[in-house]
Ligand binder design. Structure first.
Ligand SMILES: NC(=O)c1ccc[n+]([C@@H]2O[C@H](COP(=O)([O-])OP(=O)(O)OC[C@H]3O[C@@H](n4cnc5c(N)ncnc54)[C@H](OP(=O)(O)O)[C@@H]3O)[C@@H](O)[C@H]2O)c1
Length: 415
């Protein structure tokens, strides 16, 4: 009989406990020991399973593989390094740890000839990284657009469909186990930036640290943005984008975006994620599935466990020598509270079209560079929406906004 794989599990929260439940149902593997931060909270696991110290697991010769699902990126990197030094493969769901340390993680894997797999860190149960590594050739890909954070999509869906307020929708996402323990990581776009950083490395062969990916989240999205999107024939989604430019450079950014009805991401609701890969001919393919939660993430970890067992490891092919660029223009919509600061050099690029008692509304074409060189648009109360989806015809857009202003002034009344 084949010996079951013996797993050392770090973390017993939403993901760790979900993974343990999955392993208990399927033959072929067993959890040998579990390490948590507060053992007194997990006495039900019993002394056989609950380790007193991480060394008891990392230096246990009977443990074949480490599955890491903790919410502390620095501690997770220490665990990963110690595990690889011991020749133990690591399977992790920790996108912050992977994104912040990816070049070092690649070096450590090569040095210790021991793999690290992290599909679950990206979009939980959707096989994004392996699909990019093994199937799509970078020379055939034009770009990737995706909803890669389940909690913010869940929150926006609840705000749009059920008119819930932001705080209530966030609370529901947390109760369902979709949100990070530090919810700011989700709502401010940091979680998505980490995932896009990992995707960009596997898609283009370029490492861009998460902080260099221009990003914001949904923390400042206003009810009137959602109503505006509806009137324009779409919804607001937090969308990650990376494109290869004609210059051979690549962009990578994450902004709230108008997504029009009839396009693939429109149907991605609640905690689901969707990734649209566009080829060089403009044709699209959609990867779709649950992007957070205990069960989908556990499935991603299990899939990696089986992949490792079959000898799979990431190749990290050194692709073309690409660099990051902010040289892309977007059509943007701004809701600015009265008296908000806008840098003088950008004021001419913004066109006023409506106001109510608290806000003034503008549209304009700005480059990512213009956004990257200031932080005024991230200030509390200022909302930014990428409406490039309807920007093909500037005159038609203006006409549409003016008509809206005249016909439906109620969409601009803040609640
Ligand atoms: N939730 C999701 O849908 C989802 C999806 C994909 C990826 N992830 C990632 O999976 C990881 C875990 O997320 P989660 O939602 O399961 O978090 P969680 O419910 O807050 O659980 C975190 C677990 O980590 C343990 N822990 C924290 N620091 C530790 C340390 N230094 N040593 C050992 N254990 C430690 C905690 O121990 P105590 O219980 O003793 O406090 C807890 O069991 C995160 O990196 C997250 O980004 C989550």
């Amino acid at each position: 009989m084949i010996k079951p794989i013996r797993i050392g599990l770090f973390g017993y929260g939403v993901v760790g406990a979900g993974f343990a439940r999955l392993v208990a149902q399927i033959p072929g593997a067993e959890i040998s020991r579990i390490v948590v931060k507060h053992p007194f909270l997990h006495q039900e696991l019993g002394p056989e399973l609950l380790a007193g110290h991480l060394h008891e697991v990392l230096y246990d010769k009977d443990i074949d593989v480490i599955v890491e699902a903790i919410d502390d990126a620095d501690a997770a990197f220490t665990i990963l390094r110690l595990a690889l030094e011991q020749g133990k493969p690591v399977i992790t769901a920790n996108k912050r740890m992977v994104a912040n340390h990816l070049p070092e993680i690649i070096r450590l894997q090569r040095r210790f000839r021991t793999p690290v797999l992290y599909e679950a860190a990206c979009c939980a149960g959707i096989p994004v990284i392996r699909t990019l590594e093994d199937y799509f050739r970078p020379e055939l890909v034009g770009g990737l657009t995706g909803i890669i954070n389940g909690s913010t999509n869940y929150i926006l869906t609840a705000m749009e469909r059920f008119r819930f307020r932001f705080d209530h929708a966030l609370q529901l996402a947390q109760e369902a186990g979709f949100a990070e323990s530090d919810a700011a990581l989700d709502v401010e776009g940091t979680d998505a930036a980490c995932k896009l950083s990992i995707i960009v490395r596997h898609l283009w062969g370029l490492y861009v640290p998460p902080e260099r990916i221009l990003h914001t989240g949904i923390q400042h999205v206003l009810p009137q943005d959602l109503r505006l999107a509806e009137q324009l024939g779409g919804v607001v989604k937090l969308v990650a984008q990376t494109q290869k430019l004609d210059t051979g450079k690549v962009t990578a950014f994450i902004l709230p975006r108008l997504v029009l009805k009839g396009t693939p991401l429109y149907q991605v609701l609640q905690e689901y994620n969707g990734i649209v890969l566009e080829d060089i001919y403009g044709d699209e393919q959609l990867l779709y599935g649950k992007g957070s939660g205990a069960a989908p993430t556990a499935q991603g970890l299990w899939a990696d466990l089986q992949a490792w067992r079959r000898g799979y490891r990431y190749q990290y092919p050194e692709k073309e020598l690409l660099t990051l660029s902010y040289d892309k223009e977007l059509t943007l919509h701004f809701s600015l509270p009265n008296g908000a600061y806008v840098p003088p050099q950008l004021q001419q690029q913004l066109e006023y079209y409506a106001a109510d008692s608290r806000y003034q509304y503008f549209t304009g074409r700005l480059s990512l560079q213009a956004l990257a060189s200031g932080s005024w648009w991230r200030e509390k109360g200022i909302s930014i929406l990428d409406i490039s989806a309807i920007a093909g015809d500037e005159e038609a857009l203006k006409e549409q906004l003016n008509t809206l202003m005249l016909l439906r002034t109620d969409i601009f009344q803040p609640v």
